[in-house]
Design a protein around this ligand. Structure first.
Ligand code: 1PX
Length: 215
C-alpha cells in the first residue's frame, strides 16, 4: 500500500469532492475544496516531472490551508465564508502589501481560486474538443484567458513550455481513468457546473469583501 499521492488519479473522485464542497446554504467547505485540489495535483503528478514546479506550488498552498484547518482555530476555517470573516475580523490578512501575514488563508485561497478559473476554462475546452484537439493549445488558451495575468513573465514562459509537454487528448483522457471518451465527456459535463458554482460563490464573496487583489 502506498501513500495517497501514489494512488491512481480518478476524475470521479475529484468530481465527488467538488460535489461535497457546497453546503446547503451555499457555503464552500474548505476541507473538500482542498481535497479537490489534492486530487488534481495527483493528476498533474501522473503527467510527469516537467509539471513539478506547478504541483509544488499547489501543494505548498494546500499545505498552508490544511495547517490552518488543523490548527488551534481550525473551526473558524470550516468554510471559505467563515475563514474570510474570521481572518478579516482579527486582522490576519495583509490587505495592500505583504507584511506580517504573508500566508493568510484568504490570500492563499485566492491563488487557488484564480487557478480554478483556469481549470474551468480548460475542462470546458477538453469537453467540447474534437478527437484531434491539442491539449497543449486548449491549456494555454485557458491559461492566457485567466491565470496568466497574475503571473510574471518568467512563470508564464515556464508554464508555456510545460504545456507543450502535455500528452495528446487520447492519452489525457486515459489518465482520467473514467473509461471511454464518451464517458469522460459526460463526466466533464457533470463536473463543470459544480466547479463553476464553487468558483462563482467564492468570486462573489471575494469581490464583495474587496479581496480580489490580496498581495
Ligand atoms: C482533470 C484534469 C485536470 C488537470 C488538473 C491539473 C491541476 C493543475 C493544478 C495547478 C495549480 C496551480 C496553482 C497555481 C497558483 C499560483 O498561481 N501561484 C503563483 C502565485 O503564488 P504566490 O504565492 O507567489 O502569490 C505562483 O507564482 C505559481 C508558480 C507556479 C506556476 C503556476 C503555473 C500555473 C499553470 C496552471 C496550469 C496547470 C497545467 C496543468 C496541465 C494539465
Amino acid at each position: 500500500a502506498g501513500t495517497e499521492e501514489d494512488q491512481k488519479f480518478c476524475l470521479q473522485e475529484v468530481l465527488d469532492t467538488f460535489k461535497l464542497c457546497l453546503s446547503e446554504n451555499k457555503e464552500v467547505y474548505l476541507e473538500h475544496y482542498v481535497a479537490g485540489w489534492r486530487g488534481l495535483v495527483k493528476f498533474l503528478n501522473s503527467l510527469g516531472s516537467v509539471f513539478g514546479f506547478i504541483s509544488k506550488d499547489a501543494v505548498n498552498k494546500i499545505h498552508i490551508l490544511v495547517t490552518l484547518l488543523n490548527g488551534e482555530n481550525g473551526s473558524q476555517y470550516a468554510t471559505v465564508q467563515s475563514m474570510v470573516k474570521y481572518e478579516l475580523e482579527n486582522d490576519l490578512v495583509d490587505l495592500t502589501k505583504r507584511g506580517s501575514h504573508p500566508e493568510s488563508g484568504c490570500r492563499t485561497l485566492l491563488r487557488l481560486h484564480r487557478a480554478l478559473r483556469w481549470l474551468e476554462l480548460f475542462l470546458e475546452r477538453l469537453r467540447t474538443s474534437s478527437e484531434d484537439g491539442k491539449t497543449s493549445v486548449m491549456c494555454s488558451e485557458a491559461y492566457n484567458e485567466s491565470l496568466s495575468q497574475f503571473h510574471p513573465w518568467v512563470v508564464r514562459k515556464a508554464a508555456g513550455m510545460a504545456f507543450c509537454m502535455l500528452p495528446g487528448r487520447p492519452a489525457f483522457f486515459e489518465v482520467m481513468n473514467v473509461g471511454p471518451t464518451e464517458q469522460v465527456v459526460a463526466k466533464l459535463g457533470e463536473a463543470l457546473p459544480l466547479i463553476s458554482e464553487v468558483y462563482q460563490i467564492t468570486e462573489e464573496l471575494y469581490t464583495q469583501q474587496n479581496l480580489m487583489n490580496l498581495p
